[in-house]
Design a protein around this ligand. Sequence first.
Ligand code: GAR
Length: 208
Amino acid sequence: MKNIVVLVSGGGTNLQALIDAEKSGLIKGGRITCVISSNPDAYALERAANSGIPSRVVCRKEYSDSVSYSHAVLDVLNEEKADLVVLAGFMTILDECVTKAYAYKIINVHPALIPSFCGEGYYGLRVHKAALDYGVKVSGATIHFVNEEADAGAIILQGVVNVEKDDTPEILQKRIMENVEWKLLPKAVSLFCQDKIEIINGRAYVNE
Ligand code: GAR
């Protein structure tokens, strides 16, 4: 069984999707052993507690820069013996001390079709606002490995939704979460835990 450590910062609906998938037996070969939050007030911490999952807070505000923060996160990941790290609405970019130590072992969910609307500054509702401002007709979410460049690691899965004329960032976010994120994130985690994701020349391929 692989130890899955989930990093969160906010509401934690993606964490909930992972918890529900694990309870339903949809995550084969792994179990969520710890939740780490960058924010002591994140509702995601209550979701972990409600399911009896141990949690830890590594508060971003207590560190002056991303490098010292990332070292603190790395220490906790090592203590928790993480086999897989899942960034589920984790709003801090991790330094290469983490991404190199856990190369191809960190999975992120990004709420757009990478390489559109991604990179530094694109997170949460800002992503959906940018997509609507541009006028795209489809958007979606991307599950990818995390490397040294923001939102640039190998893509594992992507899913698409239509953008409707009267969409607000909130409405589009909800449609993408319900139809793509909450389904594809648990799926990618389960594939990883069963060693069904292969890396060839820096690209990820799923062997189902
Ligand atoms: C999700 O839509 C996730 O894709 C996005 O933030 C939301 C968190 O929701 N993540 C990013 O923008 C990361 N760049 P949640 O806390 O309810 O899972």
